[in-house]
Ligand binder design. Structure first.
Ligand code: GDD
Ligand code: MG
Length: 325
């Protein structure tokens, strides 16, 4: 089976990290996010992934020059300008000549979803499209999807106010689609699958959804991107550049990251070439590639340092984005 994976967004909420690296190429546990997504698809029999690319396609092409990722064949569909989620699906599926039931997923969702079960449910319901749902505490940042007892979607409400959400089951960002859905997406302009296509399909009675209790996370914000990484804390050995007199706990460090004596790093991500000098403190923060935290500085409370950013010795950053974005 084939899958279209949406990886063309601007990653606005993860700026300034995403100014230099597209969101799905940012590392999660030391490997680009997209590899976790592709690996999960492969487990469920997906043998070809079409990457729907827009913003910074070069990073993907450079990382997988032979067109393979985790044993899966990759194809690239590069939009000339952003087409939004449905426009991107239609364009990518068209470029790849998709003419059978296929899967779509948001490239920033990390999940153990039973995709095989979702496809079986889709076929049993003779649906045009089927959405995987996941429960969340606050549905207001997501697509909210009420269904009837058979799983037929009654409405699709993208990012409602919290008090207006009829359920806490939200669009998990994985879909099974019939090729007929593509004909309903007007070509050549921005079309949102959440705001246009799904509400229209819901009205036909052939849009279905199935809830899943599998682990699920949208790694698209600093807090959730950090959380996705911290699941891998301790997977890799302590890098050689960490001074024996430094304290590093519950963090993910690139193999060439350096931490000086007396420094403390907790619940944080240090990407390739990041350096924390003597006596500095880094907690709950994201340090992009080639960043430098000067001696005695403190970078805390979900601070985000973009590639090459430098924090002067002794400076204190709390929840800051550097450079500002
Ligand atoms: N190719 C392409 N072109 N991809 C795009 C475009 C575009 O114009 N716009 C967004 N994308 C990609 C993003 O890169 C991301 O992988 C995916 O589409 C979803 O965009 P996000 O910006 O991450 O959306 P969201 O997290 O606010 O909301 C979406 O995901 C939620 C689940 O995580 C929606 O689908 C919600 O309904 C859903 O609940
Ligand atoms: Mg997202």
């Amino acid at each position: 089976m084939r899958a279209v994976v949406l990886v063309g967004g601007m990653g606005t909420r993860l700026r300034p990290l995403t100014l230099s690296v597209p969101k799905q190429m940012l590392p999660v546990g030391g490997r680009p996010m997209i590899e976790h997504v592709v690996e999960h698809l492969a487990v469920h029999g997906v043998d070809e992934v079409v990457l729907a690319l827009g913003f910074r396609p070069d990073a993907f092409l450079a990382a997988y020059p032979d067109g393979r990722c985790r044993g899966v064949k990759l194809r690239y569909a590069v939009e000339a300008e952003p087409l939004d989620t449905a426009g991107a699906v239609a364009f990518a599926a068209g470029e790849a000549g998709v003419d059978e039931t296929f899967v779509v997923c948001n490239g920033d969702v990390l999940t153990d979803l039973d995709l095989t079960e979702l496809v079986a449910f889709h076929r049993r319901s003779a649906a045009l499209a089927t959405i995987s749902l996941t429960p969340v505490e606050d549905p207001s940042a997501f697509g909210v999807v009420p269904t009837d007892g058979d799983g037929r979607v009654l409405a699709f409400i993208e990012k409602p106010r919290r008090e207006e959400a009829p359920t806490n089951l939200i669009n998990g960002g994985t879909y099974v689609l019939e090729p007929e859905v593509l004909e309903r997406i007007p070509p050549g302009r921005r079309v949102s699958i959440e705001r246009e296509t799904f509400p229209e399909l819901a009205a036909t009675g052939r849009l279905y959804a199935l809830a899943s209790a599998a682990s699920w996370l949208d790694a698209g914000t600093p807090a959730t991107y950090l959380a996705a990484n911290l699941r891998h804390a301790g997977d890799a050995p302590r890098p050689a550049g960490v001074d024996p007199a430094a304290s590093v706990a519950d963090s993910v460090l690139a193999p060439d990251a350096r931490v000086g004596p007396g420094a403390r790093v907790e619940r944080s991500v240090l990407m390739a070439g990041a350096r924390v000098e003597a006596g500095a403190v880094v907690t709950d923060s994201l340090l992009g590639p080639g960043t430098l935290v000067g001696s005695g500085a403190a970078v805390t409370e979900l601070s985000v340092l973009g590639a090459g950013a430098e924090v002067a010795a002794g400076r204190r950053l709390r929840g800051a984005h550097l450079p500002e974005s």
